[in-house]
Ligand binder design. Structure first.
Ligand code: ASP
Length: 453
């Protein structure tokens, strides 16, 4: 039995939904279909989820959302018309949206989640209606009724562990189950969404709960590439990689799969297959527990911008018990989460996503570190990019770090910091954002282009 998830671009039009139908019907093992809200049809198009967010914001500011509501309904109507569906589905969607927009606004973030989740919820109903119109036994499943329970964190919900056992009961249901992605219900019965692109997470949770043999994730690229194709032209495709490698890569800019989507499938030992809705015969990329073919030390290079580092130095820091804890607890006071902490004997840098702090907070933090921890120097450096060089093969290969830093030196990229994950699956290089592309190209050249030439 397989759980199969389709992303927004795979469900953006009637034509795309016809492709989805053919893919699902071509394999009787495909039992649970997880759907996203309609995504972009062309590069400048708007995702329905983005329209819903704008719509909810207008309501919260007491402005009239009519133009946005019309645009959302127009998206569903165009799809329904293309698929020759009866008018009822559009009336149902219109009523549902208006009920949500008129619901309680006293907790704005919950109101936002309730409106946002309608994108997937209503699309699942529409997709189910289309399957039924084709004579297939397919039914919409409500995540609350199915037992997908989540924490009450708006826009960032986490699955509650008891969900898995409850979801197992879905196996007994007849026919194909069309399940909306992106949200679940709190214990109090309220809707909460995962973070953006979270339908991937729903698919993984269902694969785990239903003990599926495979979690197929259909998107709009043929495979996971070894590097961002917007930085390096026609990069090598990755045929197979491990959960750990994918987690490292998707954390640092590989957007093919949500970085939180792997854990549920991984815990149940279910492989994940990435495939292309627009080219379903391409083999795609398989994410597995262990892989045999090492193909050299590096499998992929990811990079992401928007980081800053708080550099702290203090003579004899190595001998001061509790320094690290005190430093991190200052950051905790401001609700900041950090990504890495490369350190030396007398210094440590804490790397954070810089959109978390403004200038006032930054100055306060600097002042507290200086005065409370008696640091000799505190510096905040902005506009950093992190580059992750990832591969299980690094554990067995000597000299990968030397090759990487030599390649960066040759490209005249100054390395601001280096960190090697303790798992030895990844190496992190911090560089100035302006150097990101140059650095990624140099590393790709070193680990991939030279090998295949
Ligand atoms: N529609 C949601 C988003 O755009 C979730 C998803 O597509 O996975 O973030």
């Amino acid at each position: 039995m397989k759980v199969i998830k389709f992303g927004g671009s795979s469900l953006a039009s009637g034509k795309q939904i016809e492709k989805v139908f053919r893919i699902v019907m071509s394999d009787p093992e495909r039992k649970v279909v997880v759907v996203s809200a309609p995504g972009k049809r062309f590069p400048d198009d708007q995702k329905v989820t983005d329209l819903l967010i704008e719509c909810a914001e207008l309501c919260l500011q007491n402005n009239n959302p009519k133009a946005k509501v019309d645009a959302i309904i127009a998206r569903y109507s165009a799809i329904a018309e293309e698929l020759s569906l009866a008018d009822e589905i559009i009336s149902e969607i219109t009523e549902d949206l208006s009920r949500r927009l008129n619901s309680d606004r006293t907790k704005p973030e919950r109101f936002m989640d309730c409106v946002k989740a309608s994108g997937e919820d209503n699309h699942a109903k529409l997709v189910a209606a289309y399957f039924q119109s084709q004579g297939v036994d397919a039914n919409y499943v409500n995540p609350g009724e199915a037992g997908l329970l989540v924490s009450d964190e708006p826009g960032n919900a986490q699955v509650l562990p008891e969900s898995y056992d409850r979801l197992f009961a879905l196996r007994k249901r007849e026919g194909i189950l069309i399940f909306p992605g992106f949200f679940g219900y709190s214990e109090e019965g309220e809707v909460f969404t995962f973070s953006r692109s979270g339908s991937d997470i729903t698919g993984s949770i269902l694969a785990n709960g239903l003990k599926a043999d495979l979690y197929e994730n259909f998107t709009d690229v043929d495979a996971v590439y070894s590097v961002n194709p917007f930085i390096v032209e026609r990069p090598k495709e990755i045929k197979e990689l491990t959960y750990r490698e994918m987690r490292e890569l998707s954390y640092a800019g590989f957007t093919v799969l949500h970085d939180e989507a792997l854990v549920p499938a991984f815990r149940a030992g279910i492989p994940v297959q990435i495939k292309n809705t627009n080219n379903p015969t391409a083999p795609g990329t398989k994410i597995v527990y262990e892989r045999d073919n090492t193909n050299g030390p590096v499998i992929g290079i990811a990079s992401d911008q928007g980081f800053c580092s708080i550099y702290v130095s203090k003579y004899l820091m190595n001998r001061e018990i509790g320094f690290g804890r005190k430093l991190l607890s200052i950051l905790e006071d401001y609700g900041l989460s950090y990504e890495h902490t490369p350190s030396g004997i007398d210094d440590v840098s804490v790397i954070l996503r810089e959109n978390q702090l403004d200038l006032e907070m930054e100055n306060e933090i600097k002042w507290r570190i200086e005065s409370e921890l008696h640091a000799d120097e505190v510096k905040v450096e902005h506009s950093l990019a992190l580059i992750m060089v990832v591969g299980e093969g690094m554990r067995r290969n000597v000299g990968t770090m030397a090759r990487a830093s030599k390649a960066l030196a040759k490209a005249k990229v100054n390395i601001e910091m280096i960190n090697q994950g303790s798992s030895e699956v990844s190496m992190m290089f911090g560089v100035k954002e302006v150097d990101e592309k140059k650095a990624v190209n140099a590393l790709y050249e070193e680990f991939f282009a030279a090998v295949t030439a």
